[in-house]
Design a protein around this ligand. Sequence first.
Ligand SMILES: [Zn+2]
Length: 91
Amino acid sequence: MTWARSSRPRVCGVCRELIAIGAPMAVLTIGHLTKVRCGVCAGGPVPPDLPASIVQAPAPPIDVARLGLLPLDWSRRTQPMGREREPGEEG
Ligand SMILES: [Zn+2]
């Protein structure tokens, strides 16, 4: 169980109370399911290191070319070749 602040209105899975935006809530992940509990139902004290507000870091732009996720010469690599070439080898 981890603590977080609600980034959108949620409903406690136990008492059905509304968990307002920014309110602390306990998050339980069971398999692919995510359950939330209000602070009362979670039973535990809110950890003091929980941020006072929702921290939403802006998603950095993804430079796929720099990350090497777009092999620009992929068609060349898939052509039949007489021998195996090392990646980056010319000729
Ligand atoms: Zn509750």
